[in-house]
Design a binder for this molecule. Structure first.
Ligand SMILES: [Zn+2]
Length: 133
C-alpha cells in the first residue's frame, strides 16, 4: 500500500477492509474494486458484493525488493486468490514454511499491519491472506 493521507485512507477504508465489490445484475459477474459500470458488459445495474472470507490460493510469488517503507517486512509474499466469485491479489501472511504454499490450498482473510507512517504515526492495517494448512 502506498502511503495515503489520512483523509484519503478514511474514504477508502471500507473497500480495503471488506473487499467490497460489485455484482452485475445483467451478466451476473462480480468485480473488484467496485466500479460504476460492469467491466464485462457495461451495465450500470450493479449491487454490492462481498466475497467470503475463505477461499483458495491460485498462484503466489515472493518479492525481495520493495519500497523503503516496507523494507522491514521483506520478503513479501503475494497471492492471487479465488474468493467466491472474485479473484483478488493480496499479500500473504504467516508463511512459516514456503514449501507448503501450493496452488489450491485454503486461505482465510485476516487483518494485519501493512506499514507505519513515521511522519504521522499512523499505522495502516489491511487484509492479508493466511494459508490454512
Ligand atoms: Zn455485466
Amino acid at each position: 500500500m502506498a502511503k495515503l493521507s489520512i483523509p484519503i485512507f478514511w474514504r477508502v477504508r471500507k473497500h480495503l477492509y471488506t473487499l467490497e465489490g460489485r455484482k452485475c445484475l445483467e451478466c451476473g459477474r462480480a468485480h473488484f474494486p467496485p466500479k460504476n459500470s460492469c467491466p464485462y458488459c457495461g451495465s450500470t445495474k450493479l449491487v454490492e458484493y462481498y466475497p467470503p472470507k475463505k477461499g483458495k490460493l491460485l498462484v503466489w510469488t515472493k518479492l525481495y525488493e520493495t519500497c523503503d517503507d516496507r523494507s522491514a517486512y521483506r520478503p513479501i509474499y503475494i497471492g492471487l486468490l479465488q474468493l467466491g466469485e472474485l479473484r483478488v491479489v493480496l499479500p500473504l501472511t504467516d508463511i512459516h514454511d514456503e514449501g507448503k504454499l501450493k496452488p489450491g490450498i485454503d486461505v482465510e482473510l485476516v487483518l494485519r499491519r501493512y506499514i507505519e507512517d513515521g511522519d504521522t504515526g499512523l499505522i495502516y492495517y489491511g487484509l492479508k491472506a493466511r494459508p490454512i494448512f
